[in-house]
Design a protein around this ligand. Structure first.
Ligand SMILES: Nc1ncnc2c1ncn2[C@@H]1O[C@H](COP(=O)(O)OP(=O)(O)OP(=O)(O)O)[C@@H](O)[C@H]1O
Length: 266
């Protein structure tokens, strides 16, 4: 896929003297489906907060040829960068269609958006189809299942014509079937978008990641394909809780074929 990629250099975020993101470099190419994994407190959410303008940071973040750091949140959103949070933020009283309409409705009046209309804008129809919500379009969002609300939120980003989606634990609390459906949705979406997923669910990561970056203590510990990251002894050490042990202490060599499944947490 052509288009914009995300290029991060020497990104640092400090909270009252504590460095939560500590010199991160990342290159996320257009059309990637990148998973950001790492133990609790590794700095994953803070990194996404920095990219989307929610926290102050130093270094450089570029999306295509545009600089993001220092720009206000709304400006970054208008550049085509959308994110979801761990809890879906949809309008529960409104229907699926109305939620999508409002998200798509920059420049249109509220009453125009809420009025029952004969036609559905192309981008809304496409988002309904992509997210599998076409048959549920007249259902209040509050009556949707947990997974469906997350898909609606992704649809609300799609109708805003975002180019980069940053998703924070999109499958948390989902059933197995919902996770599978979400993974397939993200694969469809990444055909013409760049997608970054913060995730703790290792099975989900193994099934759907195109590339993986492992964060630990604010730094990139490892990067590559799922297989490369799983085979990295540093990653196994961190997830097995041995990274902080004194270097002088004798430890068994890490079994390099150990799946990252041992790391499941969340
Ligand atoms: N606003 C803040 N003020 C002070 N410290 C913060 C703030 N936000 C995050 N931190 C700290 O920064 C570190 C990184 O947090 P962050 O939430 O980015 O980690 P994470 O990798 O997303 O973790 P998790 O997987 O648990 O969500 C943590 O030690 C956290 O306590």
């Amino acid at each position: 896929m052509s288009g914009e990629g995300l290029t991060i250099r020497d990104l640092k975020v400090t909270f009252d003297g504590f460095t939560a993101v500590d010199g991160v470099d990342l290159d996320i190419h257009p059309g990637d489906l990148r998973f950001l994994i790492g133990p609790n407190g590794a700095g994953k959410t803070t990194l996404v907060d920095a990219v989307t303008g929610l926290v102050k940071a130093t270094g450089s973040v570029r999306f295509g040829d545009q600089d993001l750091l220092g720009r206000p949140v709304q400006r970054i959103a208008r550049m085509g960068i959308g994110r979801t949070f761990q809890t879906a933020t949809v309008f529960e009283q409104l229907t699926v269609l109305q939620n999508l309409d409002i998200a798509a409705g920059a420049g249109r009046g509220v009453w125009t958006m809420l009025r029952r209309r004969k036609g559905i804008p192309d981008e809304v129809a496409k988002a309904l189809e992509t997210t599998g919500l076409t048959d549920l379009r007249d259902r209040p969002a509050g009556a949707l299942a947990h997974g469906q609300k997350q898909w609606l939120e992704i649809g609300m980003l799609l109708v805003q014509d975002v180019k980069l989606l940053l998703l924070d634990e999109p499958v948390a609390g989902m059933s197995h079937d919902e996770r599978e459906a979400t993974g397939e949705l993200l694969q469809r979406v990444s055909a013409d978008h760049t997608v970054v997923v913060i995730e703790h669910d290792m099975d989900f990561m193994r099934s759907f990641a195109r590339s993986v970056s492992v964060l630990h203590a604010g730094k990139v510990l490892s990067e590559g394909t799922v297989a490369e990251v799983q085979a990295d002894a540093k990653v196994q050490d961190v997830y097995l809780g041995r990274a902080s042990e004194p270097e002088t202490e004798e430890v068994e060599p890490a079994p390099v074929t150990m799946p990252v499944a041992v790391a499941e947490e969340a």
